[in-house]
Design a protein around this ligand. Structure first.
Ligand SMILES: [Zn+2]
Length: 315
């Protein structure tokens, strides 16, 4: 009798304890699913992490580059303008149509904003910059393409005003080239490797701009900079680029370099895919400070030179 009572007592408490453990486990799982965007849930930045960016909506990006990217399962961002408005001086047949852009989106590539008219961010007002972004956002919506969440500054020109608008509109990441730290051409076009601990997420520098002065060896050298928590951001224009010979990439060089990335175990992603590894709030709270430090001048000087009367940008 005594033993039976003891057993009942034990069974009651054991079941309660078991129930509590199960409840805690479920709560933990539920909690984790709710916070899937927190830093704790992000992947550690691996070595050999490369972002691929294609600028200006050049036709050969859809006809030649994208099929090669698909073969290797690589991600990439296509920074498009509204070619119909931008094409004054260029030939229409050299640019993607919105059907081409929609196909890229359907294939899983990221469609990103490069302004409606390829506007230089330091030459437009806030209102004009908002309108430039909206142009591409509206066109994406009209064509059933997800609205862009990443941006690329045209011709390397940025401003504090533009940063503020990008923040207001909830853009996650924005890319520039490697100016002003390095001159545009003379360095063989290898720039700065993106350091998420330092660089502001809306002023991510390009590591290399592919072109006649940055071919296969240059691109390999840039990719190899992706170590120790840093990410190589590699920018292409046309593959080939008939309208812009100074950023032309030979298709054979492109194919060889993609093969190199594949055979050497690189992780190749779009700019938007960075959210898997980097919180869009990471980086220095003053966006101009890392640039100023590299140039050996004050943040205020960078702001005056490149940001005009920009207000303080904080996360
Ligand atoms: Zn451009």
């Amino acid at each position: 009798m005594y033993k039976a009572e003891n057993y009942t007592w034990f069974r009651q408490y054991f079941i309660r304890l078991l129930f509590a453990v199960v409840l805690l486990f479920v709560a933990a799982q539920f909690g984790c699913s709710l916070c899937s965007c927190t830093v704790a849930q992000r992947h550690r930045i691996p070595d050999k992490l490369v972002v691929l960016a294609f600028d200006d909506g050049v036709k050969s990006q859809a006809t030649i580059a994208a099929p090669i990217l698909k073969r290797y399962g690589f991600g990439a961002s296509f920074f498009v303008t509204d070619a119909a408005k931008y094409l004054d001086a260029w030939r229409d047949e050299n640019y993607m149509t919105w059907d081409d852009i929609k196909n890229l989106s359907d294939d899983g590539f990221e469609i990103a904003n490069h302004t409606g008219r390829h506007a230089k961010a330091d030459k437009v007002t806030k209102e004009q910059f908002r309108a430039e972004l909206k142009c591409i956002e509206d066109l994406c919506r009209q064509h059933g393409i997800p609205e862009p969440k990443t941006f690329c500054f045209c011709a390397g020109a940025y401003s504090g005003r533009a940063l503020e608008v990008l923040q207001e509109k909830g853009y996650l990441f924005a890319r520039r080239d490697y100016r002003p730290e390095l001159p545009y051409i003379e360095t063989g076009r290898i720039g700065l490797v993106y350091d998420p601990a330092e660089d502001h997420p809306l002023l991510i520098p390009a590591t290399a701009m592919a072109g006649p002065t940055c071919g296969y060896d240059c691109l390999v050298q840039a990719a190899e900079m992706a170590t120790a928590g840093k990410i190589a951001v590699l920018t292409f224009h046309g593959v080939p680029d008939l309208d812009h010979p100074w950023v032309n990439t030979d298709p054979a060089v492109f194919e060889k370099f993609m093969k190199y990335l594949h055979e050497n175990g690189y992780t190749v992603i779009s700019l938007g895919d960075l959210t898997r590894y980097v919180a869009p709030t990471k980086g220095h709270s003053d966006p101009f400070e890392p640039i100023a430090r590299r140039l050996g001048i004050s943040s205020e000087q960078v702001r005056q030179t490149f940001g005009e009367q920009a207000q303080e940008i904080k996360h």
